[in-house]
Design a protein around this ligand. Structure first.
Ligand code: ATP
Length: 469
C-alpha cells in the first residue's frame, strides 16, 4: 500500500472511474449500500473467479455448490444463530442512534496509556456495561447511552402472498449453513471421500450496527466460504489449520498480489471466539483505517452437523468406505468477504507518483489487460487498423477501446483503472504494421509488430504475474 492512500482517495477514485457507486443515488442513496459499476464488477468477478479456481477447480479434494439465500428457518435455530448471533448494542438516549458497545469502548481507549493493553474482545456484555458506566463513556454525539443489550444480526423477511399467512424466514447470515444442509446430498451423489471440502460463493446479510466504513462492512455482502470435512482421529486439526492458513496467505500475497507487510495473522481470544469454534484466526489487512479482519479461519469441530442431525432428525454421519465406521466429521472453515478483498486490493495497489494516480493491480486482476487507442479518430485507415488489433486481442484478453481526446489523457485514465498495457495505432502502423506499447508501471514505450502482439501480452502479463509472487 502506498503511504498516501486514504479512505477518501479510494472512495473518490472508485466513484470517479466507475468501480463503486452509492446505491440508489438518484433517490438520495441508501445508507451503507453500494453498487458495482462497469470497472468494479470486472474486478470483483476476477477476484471471485480466481478464488473459485484456486480453491475449487485446482484441487482434487474440493467441490462447489450454490444453495438458496433463504433456507428453512430451522437451519438458523440449529446453527445457533437465532440464539447467539448477536452484538452488544447501546443506544444514544437523545438521538436514539445505536452503536456497538465494543466499538464505542475501543474508540474511547485510543490514546489512553493505562488502557493500552486492554482487549475489548475479552469483555462480555456485563463487563462492557460496567466499563461504560464507570468511565461515563458517551455516544459520538456526546450524549449518555443505555446499558448494552444483545442485538441479533439475522435479517428477517416474510414468504407468502396473503396478509396474515406469511411465514417469517431469514436471509442467510452466512453461506456455510447451505453447505451443511447439503452434506448428505453431496455424499449420496458424488464419489468424494473424507477428507474433502465444499465451497460456496454468494450473498449474505447481516443487520450490522456499526457501518460507515465504505464496502468494508455492509448489510449485504458476498462471501466465499469453505467447509473442510475430516476425521478427527485420522488427521490432526492443527495440521489442517496450518495448511489452510498457508493456502489463504498464498492467495492473498501471490494471487491477489498484496504486499506481505500489510497482512498479518491474529489469534482469537477465548471470549471473542464464536459459540461453535475451538480455535479461530483472522487474517488481518492494514486497511486505510487500520488493521482489520479480511478472512477468518475457524475449527468448528462437529458442532454444525451434530446440530443439524438433532434438529432435522436425519442421519448425517459419514460411513468410511474401507472400515465401515460411521462418524460425524469435523470441519475447518476458511471464510472471506469478497467485497473486503476488493477493498484490500484497491488500497494495496493505489499509488500516487509523477503527478499521476496509478492502480498497480496484479495483471490477472485488472479489469482490462490492454487498451487500444487509434491515434486520431478521424482517419479511416487508422481506425480500421486499430479495430483489427482490437479483434485480434479480444479473443484472448479483455481489451478496452478508447478514441477520445489526446493520448496523454487516455493514458491517465487507463493508469487510474489499472490497465497494464496501452497500445497506440498511429500513421507508421499503416506501413510498418507495428504499434506502440506502453507499460503502466514503468511508463516505458516500445514498438511491437502487430503479428506478435498476442505473444507479447501473454509473455509480459505472465512474467508480471510471476514477479508479483
Ligand atoms: P467482523 O468481525 O468484521 O464483523 P465476522 O468475524 O463477523 O466479521 P465472519 O462471520 O467470520 O465475519 O465472516 C467471514 C467473512 O465475511 C469476514 O472475514 C469478512 O471478510 C466478511 N464479512 C463479514 N461481515 C461482513 C459485512 N457486514 N460486510 C462485508 N463483509 C463482511
Amino acid at each position: 500500500m502506498s503511504t498516501s492512500v486514504t479512505m477518501d482517495k479510494i472512495v473518490s477514485l472508485t466513484k470517479r472511474r466507475g468501480f463503486i457507486y452509492p446505491t440508489s443515488e438518484i433517490y438520495g442513496g441508501l445508507a451503507n449500500a453500494y453498487d458495482y459499476g462497469p470497472l468494479g464488477i470486472e474486478l470483483l468477478r476476477n477476484i471471485r473467479n480466481l478464488w473459485w479456481k484456486r480453491f475449487i477447480q485446482d484441487r482434487r479434494d474440493m467441490m462447489g455448490i450454490d444453495s438458496q439465500i433463504i433456507l428453512h428457518p430451522r437451519t438458523w435455530e440449529a446453527s445457533g444463530h437465532v440464539g447467539s448471533f448477536s452484538d452488544a448494542v447501546v443506544e444514544d438516549v437523545k438521538s436514539h442512534k445505536r452503536y456497538r458497545a465494543d466499538h464505542l469502548i475501543e474508540s474511547w481507549i485510543v490514546g489512553k496509556k493505562e488502557f493500552e493493553s486492554m482487549v475489548v474482545e475479552n469483555m462480555d456484555v456485563e463487563a462492557m456495561g460496567d466499563f461504560i458506566t464507570e468511565h461515563k463513556i458517551k455516544s459520538p454525539e456526546g450524549n449518555n447511552v443505555t446499558a448494552p443489550k444483545k442485538f441479533n444480526l439475522l435479517m428477517e423477511t416474510h414468504l407468502g402472498t396473503l396478509e396474515g399467512q406469511k411465514d417469517m424466514v431469514y436471509l442467510r447470515g452466512e453461506t456455510a449453513q447451505g453447505i451443511f444442509s447439503n452434506f448428505k446430498n453431496i455424499l449420496d451423489t458424488t464419489r468424494i471421500k473424507i477428507p474433502f471440502g465444499v465451497g460456496q460463493i454468494g450473498k449474505s446479510f447481516r443487520n450490522e450496527i456499526t457501518l460507515g466504513q465504505y464496502i468494508f462492512r455492509t448489510f449485504e455482502f458476498e462471501q466465499a466460504e469453505i467447509e473442510y470435512f475430516f476425521h478427527p482421529k485420522q488427521q490432526k486439526w492443527e495440521d489442517l489449520m496450518k495448511s489452510w492458513k498457508d493456502a489463504m496467505w498464498s492467495f492473498v500475497t501471490k494471487d491477489l498480489g498484496v504486499s506481505e507487510e500489510n497482512v498479518r495473522w491474529r489469534k482469537h481470544t477465548d471470549t471473542e471466539r464464536s459459540h461453535y469454534s475451538k480455535d479461530t484466526y483472522d487474517l488481518d489487512y492494514k486497511f486505510p483505517f487500520g488493521w482489520k479482519e479480511l478472512w477468518g479461519i475457524a475449527y468448528r469441530t462437529d458442532y454444525d452437523l451434530k446440530q443439524h442431525m438433532e434438529f432435522s432428525g436425519q442421519d448425517l454421519r459419514y460411513t468410511d468406505p474401507h472400515t465401515q465406521e460411521k462418524y460425524i466429521p469435523h470441519v475447518i472453515e476458511p471464510a472471506i468477504g469478497l467485497n473486503r478483498a476488493l477493498f484490500m486490493v484497491l488500497s494495496d495497489s493505489y499509488v500516487e507518483e509523477d503527478n499521476r494516480v496509478v492502480l498497480k493491480l496484479a495483471p490477472q486482476l485488472a479489469p482490462y489487460s490492454a487498451a487500444i487507442f487509434p491515434l486520431v479518430a478521424n482517419k479511416t485507415e487508422i481506425i480500421a487498423k486499430a479495430e483489427a488489433v482490437f479483434d485480434l486481442l479480444k479473443e484472448r484478453f479483455p481489451v478496452y477501446w478508447d478514441d477520445r481526446g489526446n493520448i496523454g489523457k487516455r493514458y491517465r485514465y487507463q493508469d487510474e483503472i489499472g490497465t497494464p498495457y496501452c497500445i497506440t495505432v498511429d500513421y507508421d502502423s499503416l506501413t510498418d504494421h507495428t504499434v506502440t506499447i506502453r507499460n503502466r508501471d514503468t511508463m516505458e514505450q516500445e514498438r511491437v509488430q502487430i503479428d506478435s502482439l498476442q505473444t507479447y501480452l501473454q509473455d509480459h502479463l505472465f512474467s508480471q504475474r510471476l514477479m508479483s509472487s
